[in-house]
Design a protein around this ligand. Structure first.
Ligand SMILES: *Cc1c(COP(=O)(O)O)cnc(C)c1O
Length: 407
């Protein structure tokens, strides 16, 4: 009989040096966030809500400037009116592209919820607006730089699209070094192409963001990393001013851009969430690393590899059977603060091809910066674990999951 408590203690010991590295990154990011707050003179008046058109909404405008500073960009759109990451990505693709343009993904098929955005029929997809899409497959989790260069020269795409995080594929998130290399190819071979990065799950994982290594636009969700577990909804886009202006026309209207947009509840949770985000992300990363060492000790294949720095907060674990995968997800639900008495089962989700099982006992519905697990039900049976507002929660969850699986 395996002693799970002992196994967790050993995993934690192995993770000591790794944890120190993560704390160092969190410290650097906390400093960056505070500097942006100071520079933009954030004060209580920025937390108030607005109504109607939201003209001169200083809470909104200042939040956008804070964001742009943290992410090393000229401009940003940050809004509770962006419903999700998918919505933010959609605004970007439609805002930038014109009929006849082409989007080239260098990371294979984008996230599942973009399928219909790109290729849908009779739903207002990019395809119906005559925007072409092509993709370069990754092999063995690596970018194919030769093919990327060839296709960029051939297509001169309007957008070169890169998904930093793994999504639902068994690969690692891309490092900033890899993202930089793609950027260099673009700048050399097709300088008019816009380099757009789906940055979901990547914020504050490293000391800088893709925009510091050449991305023209990054996009993400507030119920993931940058919301710090506090923001109740929303999304962001940050990048070059010329690109943000294009996106702003689509986000609201070409005539009003980002001059409008009110939020009666105010912006306190967005500022506070952003302030907490570096620590929240570090708690999530530590939980992911602990899970990595613990499941590896039991012989499971897991990513990211423990011999390198992570580039997103996700831990993938490859289970032997569908039952193990389901047991794992149910364990995570059981240790959640909300709906712990519920037993999740696989079901059909809008925007996803396969059935999906999800543990999402979160305060904010669907927030995956909070401890959560999900997986499409298909072979190989890979479970994706992410989030944890506190490391203690992550640790208890990994312990429960191990107990159920070794049984
Ligand atoms: C979560 C996610 C999305 C979509 O975000 P939603 O908020 O779920 O719509 C897109 N891309 C990646 C890589 C993601 O992780």
């Amino acid at each position: 009989m395996i002693n799970v408590e002992k196994l967790i203690m050993e995993a934690e010991l192995l993770a000591t040096e790794y944890f120190k590295e993560i704390e160092k990154i969190a410290l650097a990011n906390q400093k960056k966030v505070l500097e942006a707050f100071r520079k933009n003179r954030v004060s209580a008046m920025h937390f108030h809500g607005s109504t109607g058109y939201g003209y001169d909404d200083i809470g909104r405008d200042t939040l956008q400037r804070v964001f742009a500073d943290i992410f090393d960009t000229e401009a940003a759109i940050v809004s509770p009116l962006i419903t999700s990451g998918t919505h933010a990505l959609t605004i970007a693709l439609f805002g930038i592209c014109r009929p006849g343009d082409c989007i080239l993904s260098v990371t294979g098929k984008p996230y599942d919820t973009l399928d219909e955005v790109i290729n849908g029929k009779n739903n207002g997809s990019l395809k119906e607006f005559n925007v072409d899409f092509s993709q370069i497959e990754m092999s063995d989790g690596k970018l194919d730089y030769v093919e990327i260069k060839k296709e960029i020269i051939k297509l001169k795409p309007k957008i070169v699209f890169l998904q930093r995080s793994r999504g639902y594929s068994l690969r690692d998130a891309l490092s900033l070094e890899e993202i930089k290399r793609v950027s260099e190819i673009i700048k050399k071979q097709s300088p008019n192409s816009i380099f757009m990065v789906d940055n979901c799950y990547g914020e504050f994982v490293c000391e800088s963001e893709p925009t510091s290594v050449g991305a023209d636009l990054i996009v993400g969700s507030f119920i993931k990393n940058p919301g710090g577990g506090i923001a109740p909804t929303g999304g962001y886009l940050a990048g070059k001013k010329s690109v943000i202006d294009l996106v702003a026309s689509r986000f609201t209207s070409p005539s009003i851009g980002t001059e409008v947009g009110s939020f009666i509840n105010g912006y306190l949770p967005f500022y506070q969430g952003l302030f907490l985000a570096p620590t929240t992300v570090s708690n999530a990363l530590k939980s992911s690393i602990l899970a990595g060492y613990a499941f590896q000790a039991l012989g499971y294949e897991t990513l990211p590899s423990l011999s390198k720095k992570p580039s997103d907060i996700i831990r993938s674990i490859r289970f032997n059977t569908k039952k193990e995968l389901i047991d794992f997800v149910q364990a995570i639900q059981y240790v959640s603060p909300v709906d712990s008495y519920v037993t999740p089962e696989p079901w059909d989700m809008p925007g996803y091809t396969d059935q999906v099982i999800m543990a999402a006992g979160t305060f904010v519905q669907g927030a995956s910066i909070e401890l959560s697990a999900d997986s499409p039900i298909k072979e190989p049976y890979v479970g994706y674990l992410q989030g944890a507002l506190t490391y203690e929660h992550g640790k208890l969850a990994v312990t429960e999951a191990l107990k159920r699986i070794v049984k």
